[in-house]
Design a protein around this ligand. Structure first.
Ligand SMILES: Cc1ncc(COP(=O)(O)O)c(C=O)c1O
Length: 369
């Protein structure tokens, strides 16, 4: 099958068990309770997010079931990212209890959501925080980070430029980086961030007895996809088909799959899907995604708004879901596959398929849909 936007992973070996190389990245047996770290003053707010079933959408797409894990309702925070940033800050504090400096400052580069999560984590342990944002991050996201008590430094460049600035200044000032992406010699904290994300995958397994046959998960650097794929691969008796979805201009995983090793995106990562606007993968995640995802696909910018609208104004009695541009990317991917017969067949989708999507962020006031 030749489609420019869909590629099988020649290294994926579904029959192989979840091995030591994968377990070193995502440990499915150490799922944290991140809500508990934030205290219970907000009551039920820290419980599991809903897993909605959308039967009318499933009928329209020709599959048996579509379920959506709705992270727009995570902790009243509005995105799955809260799980990673908050957990990684707490892990750092616990591991370094004996030698925490008086003026502890946490920092990270972020396209918006991760920065807000680290700001929330820092606030919850009484530490200061400075977030580096690329040029494209919306004013709403910047305001939300400042509202968590963090300082913001705008970088005149993209996400990778923000990462470079953050590393430079952290080194100079002795700030602690809580990054969701990894680099050589910097892996423990990104691993903790992903450990936080495993909580959502664990909730899915508890909420859905039969579990999915197909998973469409969006990727920026790959942390979310690694946590979801790793956890489900390790825990489910029948491994689902895993499909990684990216914007066409930020296709670093699509290109890495083609190259057989970490590779740069083919485009400049200019996309409405800010959370996915990455030109480089997190190398730490390679053993799970590079060796474990079954398919990689891209979506176009003009597929984002229709997917957001479909979530917000659903068919028949399906539940309405508020999503942001990165949140609906899995749905945009599923819709693309289901409207292209060759792709639908290649993924072995049919009327019995049970599809999992993750609405990774809510509508943070960016645009009405
Ligand atoms: C809403 C949203 N979805 C998905 C992602 C992708 O996560 P990752 O970079 O771990 O692949 C992000 C990352 O910032 C995000 O903010």
């Amino acid at each position: 099958m030749v489609l420019s936007w869909l590629a099988a992973n020649p290294r994926s070996a579904p029959k192989h068990g979840y091995g030591a190389a994968q377990r070193a990245v995502i440990d499915p047996d150490r799922v944290p309770d991140v809500g508990a770290l934030l205290g219970d003053k907000d009551g039920d707010k820290h419980g599991p997010t809903p897993l909605y079933s959308l039967p009318a959408l499933a009928r329209r797409l020709g599959v048996g079931e579509v379920r959506v894990k709705d992270e727009s309702q995570r902790f009243g925070f509005g995105a799955f990212k809260a799980l990673g940033g908050v957990f990684a800050v707490h892990e750092y504090v616990t591991a370094n209890k004996a030698q925490l400096p008086a003026g502890l400052v946490f920092t990270t580069a972020s396209s918006g959501n991760h920065g807000r999560a680290v700001a929330l984590g820092a606030q919850s342990v009484g530490a200061a925080c400075t977030i580096f944002l690329p040029k494209f991050t919306s004013a709403e996201k910047e305001a939300a980070i400042r509202a968590r008590g963090a300082a913001v430094i705008r970088v005149d460049g993209d996400y990778e430029a923000a990462v470079a600035q953050c590393r430079l200044q952290a080194e100079e000032k002795g700030w602690i980086i809580v990054s969701d992406t990894s680099w050589e010699g910097y892996e423990q904290t990104p691993r903790d961030v992903m450990r936080g994300y495993t909580q959502l995958a664990d909730e899915i397994v508890r909420q859905w007895k039969a579990g999915p046959t197909h998973v469409f998960v969006q990727a920026g650097v790959g942390g979310l996809a690694a946590a979801v794929i790793g956890y489900l691969w390790a825990k489910m008796a029948h491994r689902p088909v895993f499909v990684v979805v990216e914007p066409a201009s930020a296709d670093c995983w699509f290109q890495s799959n083609r190259a057989g090793k970490p590779a740069l995106a083919s485009g400049n990562a200019e996309t409405a899907m800010g959370g996915l606007a990455c030109r480089e993968i997190s190398p730490l995640t390679w053993p799970v995604l590079g060796l474990g995802a079954d398919w990689f696909m891209t979506i176009e910018e003009d597929q984002v708004m229709p997917a957001r609208r479909l979530f917000a104004h659903p068919l028949d009695d399906d539940a309405p879901i508020a999503s942001g541009p990165s949140g609906c990317a899995g749905l945009a991917g599923l819709t693309r596959v289901c409207t292209e017969e060759a792709a639908f067949k290649a993924l072995h989708l049919d009327g019995r398929s049970r599809v999992l999507l993750i609405n990774s962020e809510g509508n943070l006031g960016e645009a009405t849909v």
